[in-house]
Design a protein around this ligand. Structure first.
Ligand SMILES: *Cc1c(COP(=O)(O)O)cnc(C)c1O
Length: 401
């Protein structure tokens, strides 16, 4: 069958608007399309391909497990799931793990757990969930409503209730809202989709203290910030603030779908047999790939490399900006970086993305005003340099257009 981009408009639901070319192969941080054109990948499958494309250790784990056992359902447990859960528990604050298939599912589980925990320990009045404007937690109806962009949750009828939003990094506003009827606070310890916004240290510490004071569970959504992205295994480690529940997905499987919710033994008690579940969650194939990804990422070499590569990209941004003056600041941490466009280029992040694509560079946006990079954590320095050269040409094209 001759597959073309036009077919997308004929056979797919129109909720996406993919690029004009169709990638067919990837290796490391390079991707090739149907015509054989080569792209540098600064997008990493939206912070998913933490080890680039077709990392040999992941391919080995996938093929080995693929020849053994793919799926059983949760009527049975399996070795890869138990090994991966043990590694996650050993490396984090958590004592218990629940596996699912995506970030939204991990957050859905976290929110349902928090509601059930509050009901069991404090009664039905303690059901308020506080989240943050511009936050993003997935697209199921519960998670998209907890997310802080009404544009994503409007237009689908009545929303799940008991959910309030306050301004990220505004501790006073948060303090004024939280009370003993708050059951959970869901927050990204580095807002991704919302524009690459780092938390102020006093804000995130204050949120932790107020949650403790009011017996509200603090849920860190580390779907994007986790698995080495910031240079720590999870961003909470770099902040020195420990949540009660943490959700992980995206780079957890290095490109294979998997999500996880991590919590303590005491909180996990509330998800008794039959209270929640997933047909595919924790299947041996996904867990085997994720275990291989975990082993590579949770190593001093890879984690230390993130900060070094961050500096290379920041230097590149600075040099480009010195010439073309398009960014007001470069935000983020590790290899989750955003160039915030200055006054003159407000609302035009997509123009930069399109121009980058024309220069054979894959990148991302985070809203209308931020150009986002989320490359592989092991992207070779030479690919960073080449990608920056292409990005400079893209910036020049937008500025001179
Ligand atoms: C991507 C993302 C999600 C949603 O993950 P899916 O796998 O698309 O369901 C949730 N939270 C954050 C912070 C994300 O970046």
């Amino acid at each position: 069958m001759n597959v073309t981009r036009e077919m997308f408009n004929e056979v797919m639901v129109p909720n996406y608007n993919p690029a004009a070319f169709i990638p067919v192969r990837g290796e490391g941080s390079r991707v090739w399309d149907q015509k054989g054109d080569e792209y540098i990948d600064f997008a990493g499958g939206i912070a998913v391909n933490g080890l680039g494309h077709c990392h040999p250790k992941l391919v080995a784990a996938l093929t080995e497990q693929g020849n053994k056992l793919w799926h059983l359902s949760n009527v049975f447990t399996n070795e890869p799931a138990l090994r991966l859960a043990t590694k996650l528990v050993n490396a984090t604050f958590a004592e218990r793990v629940y596996f699912c298939n995506s970030g939204a599912e991990a957050n859905e589980a976290a929110l349902k757990l928090a509601r059930r925990w509050a009901l069991e320990h404090f009664g039905e009045d303690k059901n308020q969930i506080i989240a943050f404007k511009q936050g993003f937690h997935g697209r199921t109806f519960f998670t998209v409503t907890v997310g802080g962009q009404a544009a994503y949750s409007d237009g689908f009828g009545p929303k799940p209730g008991g959910i309030e939003h306050v301004t990220y990094n505004d501790l006073a506003e948060f303090k004024a809202l939280i009370s003993d009827t708050t059951c959970a606070v869901m927050v990204e310890p580095l807002q991704g989709e919302g524009g690459i916004i780092s938390p102020d240290p006093e804000f995130i510490k204050g949120v932790r203290e107020l949650c403790t004071q009011h017996n509200a569970l603090l849920i860190f959504d580390e779907v994007q910030s986790g698995m080495g992205r910031t240079g720590d295994l999870y961003a909470y480690m770099g902040l020195g603030v420990t949540p009660d529940i943490l959700t992980s997905a995206k780079a957890l499987g290095g490109g294979f779908p998997i999500g996880a919710m991590l919590t303590t033994t005491a909180i996990a008690e509330s998800l008794k047999v039959g209270t929640h579940g997933s047909t595919y969650g924790g299947n041996p194939l996904a867990c085997a790939v994720a275990e291989a990804a975990f082993d590579v990422i949770n190593s001093p070499e890879v984690l230390a490399g993130v900060a070094r590569k961050e500096q290379l990209i920041r230097d590149g941004f600075a040099a480009i900006n010195a010439k073309y003056n398009v960014f007001s600041e470069v935000r983020g941490k590790g290899l989750l970086l955003g160039g915030a466009l200055n006054e003159k280029y407000q609302g035009r992040s997509r123009d930069f993305l399109v121009a980058a694509t024309e220069q054979k560079l894959m990148c991302l946006v985070a809203g209308a005003n931020v150009v986002r990079f989320a490359p592989s954590l092991v992207i070779p320095d030479a690919d960073i340099q080449e990608g920056l050269l292409r990005f400079e040409k893209a910036v020049a094209a937008v500025v001179n257009s």
